[in-house]
Design a protein around this ligand. Structure first.
Ligand SMILES: Nc1ncnc2c1ncn2[C@@H]1O[C@H](COP(=O)(O)OP(=O)(O)OP(=O)(O)O)[C@@H](O)[C@H]1O
Ligand SMILES: [Mg+2]
Length: 393
C-alpha cells in the first residue's frame, strides 16, 4: 500500500508500559510526518527511552499500537521484529565496531557489505564529509567524526523512521552545535521521520519542528517550539525552558489583584488564588526617583518596589535579583547588557502584561495574604485568567 501524503510516517497510539505495576509510559500517543523532526523532551526518568525502545521493538508495551506508514508493526496480535520495522536507531553510546573500517561500519546493516554497496557508502560518507576517511579505523577518528559515521551507518538502509536517544550528549560542547546542524540537514535530505529524545530544552528548540513535552509517562503538551515556549500549559512547562518568576494574586470581583495591578479573571470566584508566571526577560526595571517609581502604563501595569539582592553579569545579559517590598519574595530580571546595581539599591519592577501566564495556584502556594495593588491601577489586562492556559495580555 502506498501511503497518501497525510499518513504519518510514525504513529504511536495510546501506548502504556508498566514495570512492577507502575506505568512508566502512560497512554502516550504521537505522530511524526516524513521529513519532520519531533523532539521528545522531558526530565530524567519520565519514560523517553522506554518509549523509543517500544517503537524500535526491543521492549514490548502492555497496551497500545505502533504504526509505520499506516502499517501496524506492534499491537494486539502483531509484533514485527525490530529489524523488519524499517526503523533506524542511534543512541548515546553509538559504539562503532572497532575491527571494521569506517566504510565497513557504514555498510554493516546492508546485505552484501561494503563492496556490494560502494556507491551508497560513498554517498553517505560524502554527505557527512568523511569521504576521505573511508578506510581508517574508528579509533583514529575524533568523537565528532565517530558520531557522523554512526549517523551514516544508521541511515544506510534508508530507514523510514529514525530514533535518536540523546545522540549528542557525549560530544564536546563546542562541537555540538555544528554537529546538530549537520545532522539535521542530512536527516532532512533523506526525508526520514525523526524522533529525537533529549532533556535539553535548547537542543529541542534548535532541532525540532515539533516538541512533545513529556512528564511522568505522558505528553503534557506538543507543538512548534515557538508555541510551546510562548503558551506553556502550566507552570512546570514554562519552567522547563527558563527561569520563571511567580507572582501571587487573589480574585476579587472577577479581577485578579496583584502587586503589579489588576488582571481580568472571569469565571473565578472571589478569594481564588492564582499565580502569574513571567520569565525574567519580561520584567522591566526602572529607577527609584526619590521613592516615586514610574507611572503605571497599559502595557507594563503598576510598578512594585524591590531592593537589589544580587546582580551578576552572565555574558550576554545581566541577571538582577530583587527582594520585593510587598511580601519579601525574590524576583529575577534580566537586562541585555551590563547592568550591575549594588545590593541594597531600591528599584522598581514592572511586568510586561502581554508576557504573563496565569495559572491556578498550586496547592500550598500563594497562601500568604496577597498584597493588593497600592498605586493607581492601570487598566485591567484584557486577557483572562480563566484557566490553566490563560495568558494575560
Ligand atoms: N526494565 C525496566 N525495569 C524496571 N524499571 C524500568 C525498566 N526500564 C525503565 N525503567 C524505569 O522507568 C522509568 C523511565 O525510564 P526511561 O529510561 O524511559 O527514562 P528517560 O526519560 O529516558 O530518562 P533519562 O533522561 O534519565 O534517560 C525509570 O524510572 C526507570 O527506572
Ligand atoms: Mg533515557
Amino acid at each position: 500500500m502506498i501511503p497518501d501524503s497525510g499518513t504519518p510516517r510514525l504513529e504511536v497510539r495510546n501506548i502504556t508500559r508498566r514495570f512492577a505495576g507502575r506505568a512508566v509510559v502512560d497512554g502516550l500517543s504521537l505522530r511524526v510526518m516524513p521529513g519532520q523532526v519531533t523532539c521528545l523532551l522531558g526530565p530524567s526518568g519520565c519514560g523517553k527511552s522506554t518509549t523509543l525502545r517500544i517503537i524500535a521493538g526491543v521492549e514490548r508495551q502492555d497496551e497500545g499500537e505502533v504504526l509505520v506508514d499506516g502499517r501496524l508493526v506492534s499491537g494486539p496480535g502483531c509484533e514485527v521484529p525490530p529489524e523488519a520495522r524499517s526503523i533506524g536507531l542511534m543512541f548515546q553510546d553509538f559504539a562503532l565496531f572497532p575491527h571494521l573500517s569506517v566504510a565497513e561500519n557504514v555498510a554493516f546493516g546492508l546485505p552484501g557489505g561494503a563492496r556490494a554497496n560502494r556507491a551508497r557508502v560513498s554517498e553517505l560518507l560524502e554527505r557527512v564529509s568523511l569521504g576521505h576517511l573511508r578506510d581508517v579505523w574508528p579509533h583514529q577518528l575524533s568523537g565528532g567524526e565517530q558520531q557522523r559515521v554512526a549517523l551514516a551507518r544508521a541511515l544506510a538502509p534508508r530507514p523510514r523512521v529514525m530514533l535518536m536517544d540523546e545522540p549528542f550528549s557525549g560530544l564536546d560542547e563546542r562541537l555540538k552545535d555544528d554537529i546538530r546542524d549537520r545532522t539535521l540537514e542530512i536527516l532532512k535530505g533523506e526525508d526520514t521521520a525523526v524522533l529525537l529524545v533529549t532533556h535539553e530544552p535548547a537542543e529541542a528548540m534548535r532541532m525540532a519542528d515539533e516538541i512533545a513535552l513529556m512528564r511522568a509517562g505522558r505528553i503534557v503538551q506538543s507543538g512548534a517550539p515557538y508555541n510551546i515556549y510562548n503558551a506553556p500549559v502550566d507552570k512546570e512547562a514554562a519552567a522547563f525552558f527558563s527561569d520563571i518568576n511567580v507572582i501571587c494574586g487573589e480574585v476579587r470581583g472577577a479581577l485578579l489583584m496583584t502587586p503589579f495591578g489588576e488582571f481580568l479573571a472571569p469565571g473565578h470566584p472571589d478569594g481564588t488564588r492564582l499565580e502569574i508566571v513571567i520569565r525574567p526577560q519580561h520584567l522591566r526595571i526602572d529607577f527609584d526617583r526619590s521613592g516615586k517609581g514610574p507611572n503605571p502604563t497599559p502595557q507594563d501595569g503598576v510598578p512594585a518596589r524591590g531592593v537589589v539582592v544580587r546582580a551578576r553579569f552572565m555574558g550576554r545579559e545581566s541577571l538582577v535579583e530583587f527582594r520585593m517590598d510587598y511580601d519579601g519574595s525574590i524576583l529575577k530580571a534580566t537586562v541585555p547588557s551590563v547592568f550591575l546595581p549594588k545590593p541594597g539599591t531600591p528599584l522598581w519592577l514592572m511586568i510586561r502584561r502581554g508576557r504573563c501566564f496565569v495559572f491556578p495556584a498550586e496547592a500550598g502556594n500563594c497562601r500568604q495574604k496577597v498584597a493588593a495593588a497600592t498605586a493607581a491601577s492601570a487598566a485591567p489586562a484584557p486577557a483572562s485568567a480563566s484557566g490553566a492556559r490563560g495568558k494575560a495580555g
